[in-house]
Each structure stands twice: as structure tokens, then as C-alpha cells.
Design a protein around this ligand. Structure first.
Ligand code: FE
Ligand code: FE
Length: 201
């Protein structure tokens, strides 16, 4: 109960937005605002910390517009481990690197927020409520239009987070063609985990 107030005082959203705007292109900033508001709405719906959802939503893509070469260089410099799959698909690194920048450049110390940023691209097994909210908000925010079944996924988001995770992962893996060479193991694990919950209903 008391945790919301802690986050309320700690984070200055306006200040973060002003800074973030310098590092994102216009479309990415628009998407980011969509994720922030959608995450806040989901947090309201599920009685999760609204301020944490806003901060995580706001910063989830803060490393997105860093050129891929620079992403790899930064990971090397700051000793952030890079898998073979990430080396071949450096865009994946914006999640880990985003969490790193949130901590070091935006002074976010809350591990729940940092983890939500870390896992927003791949998902993983056994996610926290905040992690699921950010993963889902990223997928359904109002500026999105390309994903399949968006109407249904958006409806599910406000009804059942686990079922919504399963649906998104299923559609995402369908889209990636279940190719183990291009699918992050964390996404596979997430799909199995939320598939089990789906099947045990
Ligand atoms: Fe992202
Ligand atoms: Fe995003």
C-alpha cells in the first residue's frame, strides 16, 4: 500500500520526458507516450503502482535510437553481456541497455522498473505484474496498428494479463516463424510458461 507514495515522490516525470525527448525521434517519442499512458491505465485496472508503470513505460525504449554499432560498443564498455543472438540482432540490446541508462542517466534505482525495461522486448517466464504491464502496453498502445488480432489482444489486456501474454507470444512466435535462430530463448521460455497457464485453465 505504501509503495505508491515512495515512487510518487522519487520520480519527476516531466524532467524525465524533457531529457528523453532529446534522444528519441518523433515517432519513437509518440510511441513512448502511448506506452506510458497505456501502462498507467493497466496499472489502474490491476491495482499496480501507477507511477512505476509510468516511469517504466516512459523509459522502456530510451536506448532505441542509439545506432546498432554504438549499442554494441556501449555494452562492451559497460560490461553488459551480449549473446550471439544479440550480436546478430543488436536491436534486441535496446532493452538491456535501456535498463542500464534508466539507472545511470535517469537515476532509476527501483529494480522492478529496471526489470520491466529489461524484459519488455523478449518477455520471460514468471514475470512480475509490472513486467507484464509494460510488455503488453508496448504491444497494444494506440499508435500500434500492424500486429494481428489487436482488437482481441487489447480487450484481453484489461481482462487477464497471463492470457494476454500468451496471446501476444503466440502471435509473435507465429510471426517470427518459430525459427530458433531468430527467436530469443527468453521468448521461448515465456511462451512455454504462459502456454502452461493457458492450458491448465
Ligand atoms: Fe522496445
Ligand atoms: Fe517500445
Amino acid at each position: 500500500m505504501g509503495e505508491a507514495n515512495m515512487a510518487d515522490e522519487t520520480y519527476d516525470l516531466k524532467r524525465m520526458q524533457r531529457k528523453l525527448k532529446k534522444y528519441l525521434d518523433a515517432d519513437r517519442y509518440q510511441h513512448t507516450m502511448g506506452v506510458m499512458y497505456t501502462a498507467a491505465a493497466l496499472a489502474m485496472n490491476y491495482n499496480c503502482d501507477i507511477k512505476k508503470a509510468q516511469v517504466a513505460g516512459l523509459l522502456h525504449d530510451c536506448a532505441k535510437n542509439i545506432p546498432n554499432k554504438k549499442k554494441l560498443k556501449m555494452c562492451q564498455k559497460y560490461k553488459i553481456p551480449v549473446t550471439d543472438l544479440e550480436r546478430d540482432n543488436p536491436f534486441l540490446l535496446h532493452a538491456k541497455l535501456g535498463a542500464f541508462l534508466a539507472e545511470t542517466k535517469y537515476d532509476v534505482t527501483d529494480l522492478e522498473i529496471l526489470d520491466a525495461i529489461t524484459w519488455h522486448t523478449t518477455g520471460t517466464s514468471n514475470m512480475s505484474m509490472l513486467e507484464k504491464i509494460i510488455y503488453i502496453a508496448d504491444y497494444i498502445e494506440p499508435n500500434r496498428y500492424k500486429a494481428p488480432n489487436l482488437r482481441e489482444v487489447r480487450r484481453l489486456a484489461f481482462q487477464d494479463l497471463n492470457e494476454c501474454m500468451y496471446r501476444i507470444l503466440k502471435d509473435t512466435l507465429g510471426y517470427l516463424g518459430k525459427n530458433p535462430k531468430t527467436t530469443d530463448p527468453a521468448t521461448e521460455e515465456a511462451y512455454l510458461f504462459y502456454g502452461n497457464i493457458h492450458n491448465s485453465k
